[in-house]
Design a protein around this ligand. Sequence first.
Ligand SMILES: Nc1ncnc2c1ncn2[C@@H]1O[C@H](COP(=O)(O)OP(=O)(O)OP(=O)(O)O)[C@@H](O)[C@H]1O
Ligand SMILES: [Mg+2]
Length: 474
Amino acid sequence: MNDEFLWSGLGLIPALAARVHGRAPAGVTGVSIDTRTLQPGDLYFAIKGDAKDGHDFAGAAFAAGAAAAVVDEARADALSAHGPLYIVDDTLASMENLGRAARARGEAKIIAVTGSVGKTGTKEALRAALGASGPTHASAASYNNHWGVPLTLARMPRASRFGVFEIGMNHSGEITPLTGMVRPHVAVVTTIAPVHLEHFASLDAIAEAKAEIFLGLEPGGAAIIHADIPQFDLLNARARASRAGRVLSFGEHAGADAQLISFEARETGSMVSAKVLGEAVTFYLGAPGRHLAVNGLAVLLAAVCAGADLHASARALGAFEAPAGRGQRTGLAAADGNFTLIDESYNANPASMRAALALLGEAAAGRRVAVLGDMLELGPDAARLHAELSEAIAENRVDTVFAAGPLMRGLYDALPPGVRGAWKEKSDGLEDVLAEALGAGDVVMVKGSNGSRMGPVVAALKRRFASPNGAQER
Ligand SMILES: Nc1ncnc2c1ncn2[C@@H]1O[C@H](COP(=O)(O)OP(=O)(O)OP(=O)(O)O)[C@@H](O)[C@H]1O
Ligand SMILES: [Mg+2]
């Protein structure tokens, strides 16, 4: 097969179990399910989503340069004028088939990452660490569900030495088919935390659902779990009952296979010393926060289990940066001088909220300012889980809290009056009061669930306080 193509046009036919209408392309250079991001030369899968049906966008896909489209038999006739079609019974099932074919054809060592928080950060750190040892393919964004995982597999180049897959879930039973497709050599569970509590009775029930990832492990593969969490025993038992040949742990616990020895916060990252499988290693991690340093230990264990060099992997973590919305820092200019914005707006739950408040606590700041939006999907305990954050706010010496949303009202009212900045019903209501309040030397951390719309608050601050020479991403 010609290496310039991800898939040859003829090779796609058996992999998709398709019949071809029109002239099959020589090959495709990528795989897409979204015409807005489709690149010329991509194979377009028309997937039915909850709200929209990708078949309605097949014309747009060809207009954007799709080499061919995969469509359902039922829609094929109507689309036949647009361009070459691979016609199948069910486009999602055929994307899964293509994913399995990608998994079967190469030699890549495969790492799967799940956990209540930290999946994307850990996946991106693995991309950086493994990239030092060979070509590494990894999921885009948080593509971790029933379409994201097969899409990521289908995109894996044959020559990859490593493949890194984020796997997520909202309900028990969802990880089992995904890990069965990915068949990891190494499976990582970052941590267990109260996220998606709506669908689970307890943290143990969440751990059971995450432990499904071990069911897909290749015989003799490695399971990597967090040594410091109450669900360690449960995860350890499930891993040992799987086909894993090795079960390794990471954390601050003295018995951990990758143990944090020392952690030193720097402005935009941290210096980390650890003992990994008996070897001492010290490295700079290019994103701040103790929680990310601990995730970094899971990364190093996974890298070693996948055959990468420990020290090259550790060195490469220096170039890792916090992904957007997950701790990215920007220097901004107020009238009286510069201040720092920490953008944590991508998402929030009690665990990541505490980690972000700790990050703010570590900052050398004139004033520590937290701007917080509601944490969603927490079920009946939501009010309590919000109010309890007042402890972390005190522990981390946060000076002022600005809050938005009905759930954050409970936290706001639980704070000492001196710490209350302002509360608003909606996040955009905070923009003016923040513009008024922020000044030189402040460190401002903005966080909330995606649905609480704290991202636009970050964008507004960046707009209003852009320094004359442009905001500095740091
Ligand atoms: N071990 C951890 N404990 C607490 N918070 C963490 C931990 N690891 C990462 N976080 C924080 O959790 C937030 C979400 O991180 P990330 O996007 O990596 O999670 P995710 O599991 O991919 O989330 P999603 O389910 O939305 O895809 C970030 O703010 C990150 O700093
Ligand atoms: Mg993610």
